[in-house]
Design a protein around this ligand. Structure first.
Ligand SMILES: C[S@@+](CC[C@H](N)C(=O)[O-])C[C@H]1O[C@@H](n2cnc3c(N)ncnc32)[C@H](O)[C@@H]1O
Length: 181
């Protein structure tokens, strides 16, 4: 296994990152009855705030260091690659990914897996820093210098991983929303 930056920063990660979850709640149309999967969900920072808006939340992440920081009992952490999600097809009402797609090595396989495990009528929301903004270009450069293997897609490139995705952009963030017929 190559060196994993997230295993190292996991103990302080939730304290040094911030994002508004209002847009996620709105685009995911929460609350909803059913299960939510957070792919690349790390420490559970995002789903902890959404926990009461769904019946059950599951976090799939590759970093054991990040998963060890998830609050006990309230979330279900699963160590897995986003490219091979260990869940049956059509399992979740909502599948989200926040600030993780640019860290994933095989982005098309990840998109296919997120779509596979989504229930018909469900929604995928992918939130990413918007690489079209200058500040995010600087972050991308910094991650390259830290040898983080990041690969940022534009919002359109992310949407093109799916059929019929819509793009929402605000400030330096972009959200891609996919519904499964
Ligand atoms: C910047 S953190 C974001 C964590 C969380 N979504 C949040 O916003 O707090 C990126 C996460 O993606 C995970 N990750 C990267 N590549 C992955 C992959 N192929 N499969 C699953 N998780 C992955 C990392 O371990 C890390 O926890």
């Amino acid at each position: 296994m190559p060196f994993d930056h997230f295993d190292v920063i996991a103990p302080i990660y939730a304290r040094v990152t911030y994002s508004s979850l209002d847009k996620m709640r709105e685009l995911a149309e929460l609350p909803v009855k059913g299960r939510l999967l957070d792919v690349g969900g790390g420490t559970g920072r995002v789903v902890t705030a959404l926990r009461d808006l769904v019946d059950e939340v599951v976090i799939a992440d590759i970093s054991m260091g990040m998963l060890k920081q998830t609050p006990p009992a309230t979330l279900k952490p699963v160590c897995s690659f986003s490219e091979f999600l260990p869940f049956p097809s059509d399992s979740f009402e909502r599948v989200i990914m926040v600030d993780a797609l640019h860290h994933v090595v095989h982005q098309p396989a990840t998109a296919d897996e997120m779509f596979r495990v989504l229930k018909p009528g469900g929604r995928i929301i992918i939130e990413e820093p918007d690489i079209r903004s200058f500040g995010v270009k600087l972050i991308a450069l910094a991650e390259k210098l830290l040898l983080m293997r990041s690969h940022f897609l534009s919002p359109q490139q992310t949407a093109d991983l799916f059929k019929n995705a819509t793009i929402h952009a605000e400030d330096s963030s972009a959200w891609v929303v996919v519904t499964k017929p």
